[in-house]
Design a protein around this ligand. Structure first.
Ligand code: GDP
Length: 301
């Protein structure tokens, strides 16, 4: 069994490569739920849905949000009748969210996700990190903001002073998945708002110490490939580089995968992490995604 820790952009890109070379039944994906909330009357678990769509090959992999070729009839009608939506939800995507909301209210999020994954023909196990509602606030120079207000309404522009999130309990099966895995892959997801929430779950860091862990850095040079990760890292006093990422995971990390462009960091990284793997990590086509996935799998002892 291989377990992957995932957010909703960088790691799903890698999952497109991993799913080509790993038996899907041998794969468990633990997904961040920090930003989950209700919007327009439906429960939105953006990272979970992105992973579901990625694993069932319908993801809009230009936006890393929603379904490829989706229509927006309901969204447009809602706007027309005076219900503007903060999130632009497509019609097919909304169907997933309506079903998840109904299933979740009956069975809880993990079971809802299991049913949806099965219905989408996915053979891998996809587990939300927690069944509990998280509370996340972005403390910025214009005040304390809800995560999606910061990201969408303010387009990640405000200066970030702090990122605060509540502690939640791990969903059933998470610690067991890590313990039963021959390796855990931490994908190149936002260290602060996608990976730290998973690492903050009780028992996760301890379990990772007893498992082979390889992480792909989402930072190249001194900036994130996309999104606000560098702002969040800065706000928490974490160096914005692969070194900063390594320091964050150093108590359990066995191997860090960094981009060719950062090869000059190798000796510094080797003082923190046992093994440093240098390769192309800019996943702009399936070939790169598969090569990166293969390099990671080959590095597992
Ligand atoms: P979110 O939930 O949408 O924030 O997505 P994630 O947390 O999964 O991913 C965001 C992170 O992915 C950002 O910090 C990016 O730097 C990283 N990322 C996106 N694409 C790539 C890529 O092709 N290569 C690498 N190394 N990192 C990437």
């Amino acid at each position: 069994m291989i377990t992957v820790l995932s957010g909703g952009t960088g790691t799903p890109k890698l999952l497109q490569g991993i799913k080509e070379i790993v038996n899907p039944e041998e794969l468990t994906i633990i997904v961040n739920t920090l930003e989950n909330d209700y919007f327009s009357g439906v429960y939105v678990s953006a990272d979970l849905d992105t992973v579901l769509y990625t694993m069932s090959d319908i993801i809009n992999d230009e936006l890393w949000y929603g379904v490829k070729g989706d229509t927006f009839i309901t969204h447009e009608r809602l706007e027309e009748i005076g219900c503007p939506e903060l999130l632009r939800i497509g019609d097919i995507d909304r169907a997933t969210k309506i079903q998840k909301t109904q299933l979740m209210e009956k069975y809880g999020l993990a079971k809802a996700c299991e049913i949806q994954a099965r219905n989408m023909g996915i053979k891998s196990k996809i587990i939300p990190m927690s069944e509990e509602q998280s509370d996340i606030k972005i403390v910025s120079d214009i005040g304390e903001l809800e995560f999606h207000d910061f990201l969408i309404k303010h387009q990640s522009k405000p200066e970030v002073l702090d990122v605060k999130f509540s502690k939640v309990s791990p969903a059933e099966g998470i610690i067991e998945a890590i313990n039963n895995s021959r390796a855990v892959i931490i994908g190149p997801s936002n260290p602060v708002t996608s990976i730290l929430p998973i690492l903050s779950l009780e028992g996760v860091r301890e379990a990772l110490k007893n498992t082979y862990v390889v992480a792909v850095s989402p930072i190249i040079g001194c900036d994130a490939v996309s999104g606000p990760a560098s702002k969040f890292m800065n706000a928490l006093g974490i160096e914005v580089s692969s070194v900063g990422v390594a320091q964050l995971y150093e108590d359990f990390l066995d191997n860090i995968v960094i981009d060719d462009k950062d090869s000059n960091m190798e000796s510094q990284l080797k003082q923190i992490i046992n093994k440093v793997t240098i390769t192309n990590t800019i996943m702009n086509n399936l070939g790169v995604k598969k090569n990166l996935a293969q390099t990671i799998i080959d590095s597992i002892p």
